[in-house]
Design a protein around this ligand. Structure first.
Ligand code: KG4
Length: 338
């Protein structure tokens, strides 16, 4: 009999549900929440309320697209954390209710594990997947980490940000330029039209494999502020070059530590994941670095870079195969755990 898992992701501002059958993705439905654009960032209480409104239609649609009824489900998976507690509570409670109602096991998934394992999402049986061990550069709005992935359940953080995440650097600098939230995709688009060497911003010099983006953010803010003091149209007239130079600096920072980690571990494969891995410049630079170092680069499809339940379902399938089920009384957690 097939192993069919329904997974729910509700850690931040996307309500998502996916169905996988014997490890193959059958559906992946995502309802994004536009309401936060008005505020320039995610408003936790509004996110929880939107999850409550979205969750039933999103789950129904995922089942419909997969052509599967709840009676055929083998287990329910859900993102337990890290994330916004109110948002997590909606997915957690819904998943538990469904598992109890159907009398099937429940599987809790760490959101960061799911991002790392997103390379294992398969839509066709012959889709290629990485071999263990590999390095994952996990870059999102909340995290910037270099992770040594030894197995689906054994991951070691080798380096991480000591202040802002890469996505925050994109979003906060975008805000300085008056771009809408989230700014990352806008910077990506405009950077393609600009000169990446026009402006120089400060880069951290950190021993080991940790990251820091707060100095860059301040350097960007001061550069813009100083120019605007003498030329009020500075941002408008230099927007593409500002975006290209900022993106190049973020990529340089990300790749410097990644290169060190590759040398240190001697791995033969590198993957990227998280919202910022959708960035065109990051994707190109990682492929180039891996080619130079004669190792394999795993670049996720863009639809699997931001929050989605397909990655949660995929991470849960590994746990299902180990019969690693969860107790119904586990509470969600907000903070980073790996
Ligand atoms: O993984 P994710 O969806 O969730 C959070 O961790 O919140 O990542 C969202 C982040 C945001 O900071 C967004 O600006 C960034 O990913 N992002 C991008 C791009 N697409 C999304 N950053 C740069 N270039 C992109 N194309």
């Amino acid at each position: 009999m097939s192993v069919i898992i329904l997974a729910i992701e509700s850690s931040c501002d996307d309500t998502s549900c996916a169905v996988i059958s014997d490890g193959l993705l059958k559906s992946n439905v995502i309802a994004s929440q536009k309401v936060h654009e008005l505020y320039g960032g995610v408003v936790p209480e509004l996110a929880s309320r939107a999850h409550q409104q979205n969750i039933v239609p999103v789950v129904s649609e995922a089942l419909r697209q997969a052509g599967i009824t709840t009676s055929r489900l083998s287990a329910i998976a859900y993102t337990r954390g890290p994330g916004l507690l109110g948002s997590l509570l909606v997915g957690t409670s819904f998943a538990k209710g469904l598992a109890i109602g159907l009398d099937i096991p429940i599987i809790d998934v760490n959101h960061l594990h799911a991002h790392v394992l997103s390379q294992f999402i398969r839509e066709k049986p012959d889709d290629a997947v990485p071999s263990f061990p590999f390095l994952c550069l996990l870059i999102s709005g909340g995290n910037s980490q270099i992770i040594l992935v030894k197995s689906p359940s054994d991951m070691e953080i080798m380096g991480q940000t000591i202040d802002d995440a890469a996505g925050e650097a994109f979003d906060k600098c975008a805000k300085v330029m008056g771009l809408p939230y989230p700014g990352g995709p806008h910077i990506d688009r405009l950077a393609a039209l600009g000169d990446p060497d026009r402006f120089k911003f400060s880069k951290p010099s950190i021993p080991g494999l940790d990251y820091s983006f707060s100095g860059l953010k301040t350097s960007f803010l001061y550069t813009v502020r100083d120019h605007v003091a003498t030329d009020p149209d500075f941002i408008e007239n230099n927007l593409n070059d500002l975006c290209a130079s900022l993106q190049k600096t973020i990529i340089d920072i990300l790749l410097k530590q990644l290169k060190k980690a590759i040398k240190q571990t001697g791995v033969k494969e590198v993957a990227i994941g998280g919202g910022v891995s959708a960035n065109s410049g990051v994707r190109e630079a990682v492929v180039q670095l891996c080619n130079q170092m004669h190792i394999k680069a795993w670049i996720p499809e863009r639809k699997f870079t931001t929050d989605n339940a397909a990655m949660v379902a995929t991470a849960a399938y590994f746990k299902y195969l180990e019969k690693d089920f969860s107790s119904l009384d586990l509470p969600p957690y907000a903070r980073v755990k790996l």
